[in-house]
Design a protein around this ligand. Structure first.
Ligand SMILES: [Zn+2]
Length: 292
């Protein structure tokens, strides 16, 4: 077998758990990886902490829907089916919005929860699912979204809690130790190119995104090592189809629009990961598989 994941041919019985915050995180961050492993026979689980309640909905959807949460849950189910995510676990917290927004203080807002509480729920699910590998955001949640940061912290705690004798599981499940914990990172080279191109075309890289609340320049200050690169070229079309499910979040433009353009111009369809556990010894070459 040639191409991506050439080192392994059989993933039967393997399980992957992705721990994320909103409907659409599964597609825009690591959709290629999830689709690729699903196609290779890995059982894919997704924990989505919220239903994306405060996501800005494109105007044409506003009149016909009951709520953003309802629409975005539907979009999530659509994308999960396309990507091959077989098991969806929604935690029913509330989307917190970006820093300083009113939604931050809602009593059910994910970012307002004690991390231990969310971690306990995730740890229980880890004991239930028994994943080989667990994926989540990097410590700044990709682009500093408070919910991404909150669920990342919870996932890191949960990874240890699930394996600990001291965790009092609500159903009395025994400890479970997964093989690896990985953080999905944004390729810094890609980020720097984005900043450069935005400036070139007269846009402000400090105010990026649909809501102009992402400071790309500040993101280039932080760096994470790349331990694993997943080439998802064979499932690129599947990822694009999943992005189209998130129509209310501009999913269709996202394939065709600016980011799509930059990706085609400079990037290859590659997801990058930092391996958090087990710790990587210095000088190890970049791997092409999360199931090491
Ligand atoms: Zn998100």
């Amino acid at each position: 077998m040639t191409g991506p994941l050439k080192n392994k041919t059989n993933y039967t019985g393997k399980k992957l758990l992705s721990v994320l915050a909103h409907p659409d995180d599964e597609t825009f961050g690591m959709g290629g990886t999830l689709a690729l492993y699903a196609q290779r026979g890995v059982e894919i689980h997704l924990i989505c902490a919220t239903r994306g309640e405060v996501g800005e909905i494109d105007p044409e959807f506003k009149e016909t829907i009951k709520s953003a949460a309802c629409l975005r849950t539907q979009e999530l189910r659509c994308a999960a089916e396309v990507l091959g995510i077989q098991h969806l676990h929604i935690l029913n917290y509330r989307d917190s919005g970006m820093p300083g927004s009113e939604a931050n203080t809602h009593p059910k807002a994910l970012a307002a929860q004690p991390i231990e509480k969310v971690a306990g729920e995730v740890a229980h699910l880890i004991r239930q699912i028994k994943p080989d590998v667990v994926l989540t955001f990097d410590p700044i949640g990709g682009y500093r979204h408070p919910d991404h940061i909150a669920i990342q912290k919870a996932a890191v705690q949960a990874y240890d809690l699930a394996a600990s004798e001291n965790f009092d599981d609500p159903e009395g499940l025994p400890p479970f130790q997964a093989n690896g914990l990985f953080f999905n990172t944004i390729d810094r080279k890609f980020l720097k190119i984005m900043v450069w191109v935005l400036r070139l075309i007269g846009q402000n890289p400090h105010k990026f995104g649909r809501n102009k609340d992402i400071d790309l320049v500040a993101l280039t200050d932080v760096d994470y090592p790349t331990h694993v690169k997943i080439d998802y070229k064979p499932v690129k079309k599947i990822r694009e189809k999943a992005a189209a499910c998130h129509a209310s979040q501009g999913g269709i433009q996202m394939n065709k629009g600016f980011r799509g353009f930059i990706t085609r111009l400079f990037g290859r369809p590659i997801d990058t990961y930092m391996q958090a556990y087990p710790e990587v010894e210095e000088g190890r070459k970049v791997q092409d598989d999360l199931f090491l």
